[in-house]
Design a protein around this ligand. Structure first.
Ligand SMILES: *Cc1c(COP(=O)(O)O)cnc(C)c1O
Ligand SMILES: [Zn+2]
Length: 409
């Protein structure tokens, strides 16, 4: 393949590619895969991609797996870039799009990262993989480990959505529930991995999940005739998708596929857990741990992200911003996406809608700009988050439980 080496995203120390690595041994920051982009650009044209398979492995030369037989896939990626005309009209925007990641295997964009990470783990001889997760990463890891014949060891907060726990259990993963947040789960993996012989695939603590997520950037360009949008609005937890897209844009420019223009990158977080928003507003390059993190959008409940500086650098370099929205706002946003577009979004995806409204109010977007919202997962996995709302909205005497079967006919 065309991987030259790995490189620390912070201190630039180089590492050999064909070995297992987690973070930089000097500075503890994430490692990035580097490719011989000149060579790839010389033979791979954009037109050559059009006839390829409809998943993220269409970008095979730009992914790290060497042998075809090591690819662990369930059809992830190549999701619709949906022109949201109804929501756009309601907001006064003509070019509003939703990248709908709920169509991925296991119903979230975590499938992208896990497909590539599990493939690479398999290629490098790993048998047991461990990860802390707010839910969707665990569900995806369980599925890809089942597909690839590896064992998954998953650590999740006790209040993780039930759908995530059940999908992991049916896929045969080993599950440990932790009284705490994803950071506590991560610490537990860190404590035990050596002794248990687990390979740790925590967000940005191994180099390959971000490679899977970067394909979001390639897809958006390819689906828009190799132009990039003006604004990208991304619900941010650990930030892998945003960091990955930012990497993809640079790669595509080096390949000669796009020019210098970059979208303004907007990071959305929940008001109850907004470390990136706070650091952005304070002008800091690293984000302090956010105390007492709470939000119903479990994928956004990441009080401390190892890739904080990568997220913040991308936001600032692109002249973007960071926005916090309340849980009420993000659930209302998900409901609005469903009502206006028929997309039943995860609460995290729903968060993009009130964030966009705030940008409009603050004069940060123009009515004819091309804007892409990320719906990162499916609302189906968060029924409790919507159910309690549904109950509150339905008058007490009309709730199904209050009606006898005879009254329902
Ligand atoms: C994990 C997750 C996020 C956050 O993604 P990061 O790459 O960690 O920023 C957003 N939405 C959903 C549905 C998720 O599962
Ligand atoms: Zn380093």
């Amino acid at each position: 393949m065309h991987v030259t080496n790995l490189e620390c995203s912070f201190c630039h120390r180089e590492y050999e590619a064909r070995r297992l690595h987690n973070v930089c041994i000097d500075c503890g920051k994430p490692l990035f895969v580097r490719y011989d982009l000149k060579r790839i650009g010389a033979f791979l044209t954009r037109q050559a991609l059009y006839a390829r398979r409809s998943d993220l492995w269409r970008y095979r030369e730009l992914l790290p797996v060497r042998r075809e037989s090591n690819i662990v896939t369930l059809g992830e990626g190549w999701t619709p870039l949906h022109h949201a005309k109804n929501l756009g009209a309601a907001l006064g925007l003509s070019e509003l799009y939703v990248k709908d990641e709920s169509l991925n295997p296991t119903q979230s964009f975590k499938a992208r990262g896990m497909s590539v990470a599990v493939s690479m783990a398999k290629e490098l001889g790993v048998k047991k993989i461990a990860a802390p997760s707010a839910g969707n990463a665990a569900g995806a890891l369980a599925a890809y480990c089942a597909q690839g014949g590896l064992q998954a060891f998953l650590f999740m907060p006790r209040d993780t959505p039930r759908a995530n726990l059940i999908e992991c259990e049916v896929a045969g993963a080993h599950i440990t529930l932790v009284d705490g947040l994803i950071t506590d789960c991560g610490a537990e993996v860190g404590r035990r991995k050596e002794e248990e012989g687990w390979f740790d695939v925590s967000t940005l603590k191994e180099p390959y999940r971000v490679e899977g997520k970067k394909t979001l950037g390639y897809e958006i360009a390819e689906q828009s005739e190799w132009t990039l949008p003006d604004v990208i609005i991304y619900p941010t937890g650990g930030g892998t998708g945003l960091v990955g897209m930012w990497k993809a844009f640079d790669e595509m420019q080096q390949l000669g596929w796009i020019g210098e223009k970059r979208p303004r990158m907007v990071s959305v977080q929940a008001a109850g857990c907004a470390p990136i928003v706070r650091a952005f507003e304070k002008g800091e390059r690293f984000a302090d741990e956010f105390p007492n993190a709470t939000t119903i959008a479990s994928g956004l409940r990441v009080p401390k992200a190892i890739g904080d500086f990568l997220i913040l650098d991308a936001i600032r370099e692109s002249d973007g911003t960071a926005v916090a929205v309340t849980d009420e706002e993000l659930i209302a946003g998900a409901r609005e996406l469903a009502r206006r577009e028929g997309i039943f979004a995860a609460p995290e995806g729903g968060a993009c809608v009130p964030a966009l409204r705030k940008l409009i109010e603050r004069g940060k977007v123009k009515s004819d700009e091309r804007i892409v919202l990320f719906n990162t997962g499916s609302g189906i996995k968060y029924l409790d988050a919507f159910d309690s709302e549904a109950k509150e909205r339905t008058p007490r005497n009309q709730r199904p439980s209050a009606l006898g079967p005879a009254l329902l006919t």
